[in-house]
Design a protein around this ligand. Structure first.
Ligand SMILES: [Zn+2]
Length: 403
């Protein structure tokens, strides 16, 4: 060992002073410190440089003497370290041991403070982390339990409360357009010229038009009307089969009324074929009456193959039944064909005619049925004068007197 182990290293000293100011230090008293007297704990982080350890031992000695005079709190101890002239010790060995002990104590205090600071920070972070973990776990467990929980496993009180919640009425959107069931639909089918005639009339039974061989309009109309009624009743509708002068027609209320007739058996000297269909002239155009007429014309033409004629007579547009039924009941009259030239289909295919008529009625009752308006082409009927809406009202003849 040379003399430089007493060398005073200022940087070393400054590093050990917490305030770090570079105040001039008093001249250290050279002490023949024995290296073996220094505690191993004290020297292990200082390396092999003995001058630093000597300086440190001096500091420790000062601190020990200070404590003898005025003991202070451990935590504030590092702030008050000052280099002072070492106090008297009995022997050199005693002094060295005291310094080593003091150095150990100081290091312990510093370590404890650092540890405490780290603990505080990590405790706060741990607390926050724990709260988050608990909340997330609770949400997960509750969700998983809710999947598998069975109502039977809950106690009665909880179940009663849940039932109360479940029974709380929730507004349910109901479809606004519920189709009227067929049995609530009333349909009136008039079989033309069928039934007894009024008391003031010539014949007790009105045959309608008559062919030379005795074929009557009445029997043609009735055969078709009965089939129409059967088909509509099979479809669930409420159907009335009505006579020409039926008392029920007075202010008759229904979803629709249809009167079935056949055109006369006159020989016009040329082919006269086709059907005619009309609403009451008194009813507004564009209303349900017109829709009924359009439905009937379209479906009847499609199904029977007969052409539509437009030479409407006053017997049709001012038909007596149109004036009897309720103003709210849509009404139409259908001349199913001419008894001379359409005789075959009128007499041999009543089922086909009935099918065509039921098709037209179904078309009218189905509000979603989009319907093209059939083109109106004038087709003057031979021997029959067309109705002029602007012409003065002629004297009306009873419907039973015509076909
Ligand atoms: Zn008739």
């Amino acid at each position: 060992m040379s003399d430089n182990r007493y060398y005073f290293n200022k940087d070393d000293l400054r590093r050990r002073r917490p305030d770090g100011n570079g105040d001039p230090d008093p001249e250290p008293t050279p002490q023949p410190a024995e290296p073996e007297a220094t505690a191993p704990d004290d020297t292990q982080d200082q390396g092999p440089q003995s001058p630093a350890s000597v300086v440190f031992m001096q500091m420790m000695r000062q601190r020990a003497s200070e404590q003898d005079e005025a003991p202070t709190d451990e935590a504030t101890q590092p702030e008050t370290v000052e280099l002072q002239t070492p106090q008297k010790f009995a022997t050199e060995e005693e002094r060295a041991r005291a310094a080593a002990l003091e150095a150990q104590r100081l290091k312990r205090v510093q370590r404890r403070q650092e540890k405490r600071r780290r603990q505080t920070v990590s405790t706060m972070a741990g607390l926050v982390r724990s709260v988050i973990v608990v909340l997330v776990s609770a949400a997960l467990i509750a969700t998983i339990l809710a999947w598998f929980i069975r109502p039977e496993s809950l106690d009665l009180e909880v179940r009663a409360q849940l039932a109360q919640v479940a029974a709380t009425p929730v507004p349910v959107v109901q479809p606004t357009a519920i189709p009227t069931p067929n049995y609530l639909r009333r349909i009136g089918i008039v079989s033309g010229h069928f039934g007894n005639t009024p008391d003031n009339y010539l014949a007790e039974v009105d045959p309608g038009a008559i062919c030379p061989d005795g074929l009557t309009e009445n029997e043609i109309n009735l055969a078709v009307s009965q089939r129409v009624v059967v088909q509509l009743r099979d479809a669930g509708y409420t159907v009335d089969l009505l006579e020409e002068w039926d008392e029920r027609l007075d202010n008759y209320e229904a979803d629709l009324l249809l009167s079935l007739h056949s055109n006369d058996c006159t020989d016009y000297g040329e082919l006269v074929s086709g059907f005619l269909v009309s609403q009451a002239q008194s009813r507004p155009t564009g209303g349900p009456d017109e829709r009924l007429v359009n439905c009937m014309a379209l479906r009847y033409a499609e199904t029977t193959g007969l052409g539509q004629r437009f030479g409407l007579t006053r017997d049709m547009t001012d038909y007596h039944i149109f004036r009897e039924i309720s103003p709210t009941t849509p009404g139409a009259i259908l001349e199913m064909g001419f008894m001379k030239d359409d005789r075959d289909i009128l007499t041999n295919s009543p089922d086909l005619l009935a099918d065509a008529i039921v098709e037209g009625i179904t078309c009218f009752l189905d509000p979603s049925a989009a319907l093209p308006i059939p083109p109106v082409e004038p087709s003057p009927m031979p021997g029959v004068q067309d109705v002029d809406p602007n012409a003065p009202t002629p004297t009306w003849a009873p419907a039973g007197a015509t076909s």
